[in-house]
Design a protein. Structure first.
Length: 111
C-alpha cells in the first residue's frame, strides 16, 4: 500500500499529468486488491474511461485521454481523480488492514 500511496503523491506533485499516469495507478490497485471490488467495472467511450468500483462511499474515477490540442489532463480532472484515488486507498486500508504486512513482505523478498 505504501508504494501505491507514493505513486499517488508523485502524480499530485507533477505539474502536468497524463491519462496513462493515473490509469496505471488504478489498474495496479485493481490487480492487487481486486478481491475487495467484486463488481468492479471499467467503461470506455471515445477518449473517456471510467472506473466503477461499485462500493458504497467510493465515487467512480473518471479519466480522459489527451486529444486534440490537449496534451495533459486538465487540473480540475486531475484533482477529481486524485481525490477518488485517496478515498479508494482509505477504503482499502479500512477493509484490508493487513496490507502493510503484504507490502513489507514483498520488499523483503526482493532484497
Amino acid at each position: 500500500m505504501h508504494r501505491i500511496t507514493e505513486w499517488i503523491e508523485n502524480a499530485r506533485r507533477q505539474k502536468n499529468t497524463r491519462f496513462d499516469d493515473l490509469d496505471k495507478i488504478v489498474k495496479r490497485i485493481v490487480a492487487r486488491y481486486g478481491k475487495l471490488f467484486p463488481k468492479y467495472k471499467r467503461t470506455q467511450s471515445g477518449s473517456k474511461t471510467v472506473h466503477h468500483f461499485n462500493v458504497p462511499g467510493i465515487m467512480p474515477i473518471s479519466l480522459e485521454k489527451e486529444h486534440g490540442r490537449r496534451e495533459f489532463l486538465p487540473p480540475r480532472y486531475k484533482t477529481f481523480a486524485l481525490d477518488g484515488l485517496d478515498s479508494l486507498v482509505a477504503y482499502i486500508e479500512s477493509k484490508a488492514p493487513s496490507t502493510k504486512d503484504v507490502d513489507s513482505g514483498e520488499e523483503n523478498e526482493r532484497g
